[in-house]
Design a protein. Structure first.
Length: 572
């Protein structure tokens, strides 16, 4: 090998040593595939699984795998929609069942991706963390033999002693928050460790997000409750209208609290293009924590839930509950209650059913059950219209269609909807003309049933109801913290550059000190030459240039500030 080739090889080794460990990314080992053996193949598979590109690929697959869960009905969210989908798609539904698309987040393939991503991130982070800790405990490597081979380089001559230059350079670099030390005839310094720290924080935050998501799915609970003004609620399973939870949830995990709905307030725009748009939409409650907690007032608004421990109480819906009084043929009060009616449109046109199971006797004294279809219009527009003209109570009217007979299956213990009327065994009431009896009642008015069968009265007090969703997600705080940490970690890894600087000061053959400065970054960037130029200019003020020994007397002045330029032979 010639001397030139030997020097070139030595330069490459110096550059490799200078740029080593500028990141915590593991170096790939190239091994011959033939003859790996079982252990070799296991190591190869583990290295591939714990590589960053595989982790990103698994993260992409996890995101793609979650898409069917948002497009296809899920059994854990709404089993009735899944049943309706099966009825409507006889051919496609069995395929979805085999692929687990009706329960995506608990399917085998989704769980496999989730677990592999978890293992990949841990296997990637642990060795890089130890390597990063080792770099923090160690010192920046010494200067290469030929600094001119580095991308950013400058030099000048000075009358200052080499020791003075090195001490000044060491103090300057430490002042600029470099980790620096004197190594031989040069000062070695490094900066930008926050980049690798941000990279590690980003991937650790992903693990936190995965754990928070998993724990949230396993231990979460989600229930709804419709409450009329004056009603109370305690956070116990029997109190919910609808309730679903994760696989690891226990009723003992419910946060103990209770609250009463004191008043619902809803106001709307009266005029203009936004007529009917809600201006105020809030529920005033009083709540207490625990069995013997002190009662406190609170107001729940849309997107402003009440937070109690890990539980959040959201206001999700609203409607009207007119107070209905039913009397039988003898004038005996057999029913009086506020009846929640479900809204059908934006103007709160509402419908529901009034059911009287026990105590009602018709005009002949016979026991019967009474069922009444009810349509409520907060603002009645007149005529035959059955649609409200405005969501507020400006001209309330209750439209009634009464039936008598057997409500069907109630006494046998069969469940039925409180908002639907089964008319299979029911007969309509008829007026004097033989037509179906209907009545439009304003507050305080009464509908008389024919043949002395009793009466139905709309009381003047029209209450309102509010629908609440009570959500308990124990991992939500960790998920938020992980998401914020991931954002800041990613920003640090993208915008902070890790770089090294060397300052060599040696005495030349003529006794004058020669100062060399060079910089190296992990990637090509204009920041390294600019920063090196600034450092060189500051150090030059403390170790100014020496007169040119070959110049005339007119040139016996200090040379100007050095300019940093790409060194000859530096990689483009």
């Amino acid at each position: 090998m010639s001397k030139t080739e030997t020097d070139k090889s030595q330069d490459q080794e110096d550059l490799g040593a200078a740029g080593s460990q500028l990141s915590t990314a593991p170096q790939e080992e190239i091994s011959g595939l033939p003859g790996l053996g079982v252990i070799g193949w296991v190591r190869w598979f583990w290295r591939q699984l714990t590589s960053m590109r595989v982790a990103l690929l698994l993260l992409l697959l996890l995101s793609l795998g979650a898409i069917p869960g948002s497009l296809i009905p899920q059994t854990g969210a709404d089993a009735s929609k899944v049943d309706a989908f099966r009825q409507a798609h006889k051919t496609l539904a069995p395929v979805y069942d085999k692929l687990g698309l009706f329960h995506v987040y608990s399917s085998v393939w989704f769980s496999a991706i989730y677990i592999l991503l978890f293992v990949s991130l841990i296997g990637c982070i642990v060795p890089r963390t130890w390597q990063f800790v080792g770099q923090l405990r160690g010192r920046p490597p010494g200067a290469p033999k030929r600094l001119t081979r580095l991308p950013a380089y400058t030099t000048w001559r000075t009358t200052a002693e080499p020791e003075q230059v090195r001490e000044a350079a060491l103090a300057l670099l430490k002042k600029r928050r470099f980790r620096a030390h004197i190594a031989g005839d040069a000062v070695a310094a490094e900066k930008g460790y926050v980049r690798e720290l941000g990279n590690l924080v980003f991937h650790i935050a992903l693990i936190v997000l995965l754990v928070a998501f998993a724990s949230g799915q396993m231990f979460k609970s989600d229930g709804t409750k419709l409450m009329v003004e004056g009603d109370g609620f305690s956070n116990a399973l029997p109190m919910y209208d609808d309730f679903k939870s994760g696989s690891m949830f226990s009723t003992d995990d419910l946060v103990p609290f209770s609250f009463d709905l004191k008043d619902f307030e809803g106001t709307y725009e009266l005029t203009g293009p936004n007529r009917g748009t809600p201006r105020t939409f809030q529920a005033k409650i009083s709540y207490s924590e625990g069995a013997y907690g002190k009662e406190k007032p609170a107001t729940i608004k849309v997107n402003q839930p009440l937070e109690i421990g890990d539980s959040k109480v959201y206001l999700v819906s609203h409607g009207y509950a007119p107070v209905i009084t039913v009397r039988d043929g003898k004038g005996k009060k057999v029913y009086q209650d506020a009846v929640p009616l479900l809204p059908l449109d934006g103007n709160v046109t509402s419908q529901g059913v009034i059911k009287v199971f026990d105590g009602y006797r018709n005009g002949k004294g016979q026991k019967e059950q009474l069922g009444v279809r009810a349509f409520f219009l907060p603002t009645y527009g007149g005529g035959a219209s059955v649609l409200s003209q405005f969501p507020a109570l400006l001209n309330p009217v209750l439209n009634l269609e009464p039936y008598h007979g057997d409500l069907g299956g109630v006494n046998a213990g069969f469940a039925q909807s409180v908002y639907q009327l089964d008319k299979t065994h029911m007969k309509m009431f008829k007026d004097a003309k033989g037509q179906q009896l209907r009545g439009n009642l304003k507050p305080g008015q009464t509908l008389k049933l024919p043949n002395g069968a009793g009466s139905i009265t709309l009381e003047k007090d029209i209450k309102e109801w509010a629908g609440f969703e009570i959500v308990q997600e124990p991992g939500s705080g960790w998920a938020l913290g992980g998401a914020l940490a991931a954002i800041f970690g990613l920003a640090a890894s993208l915008f902070i550059q890790r770089r090294r600087v060397w300052v060599r000061a040696v005495r030349g053959a003529d006794g004058v000190t020669v100062v060399e400065m060079a910089g190296l970054g992990r990637s090509e960037s204009a920041k390294v030459p600019e920063e090196l130029g600034d450092l060189a200019g500051t150090l030059y003020d403390q170790a100014p240039g020496a007169p040119d020994p070959h110049g005339s007397s007119a040139s016996n002045e200090a040379t100007p500030d050095p300019q940093v330029v790409p060194a000859e032979g530096a990689e483009k």
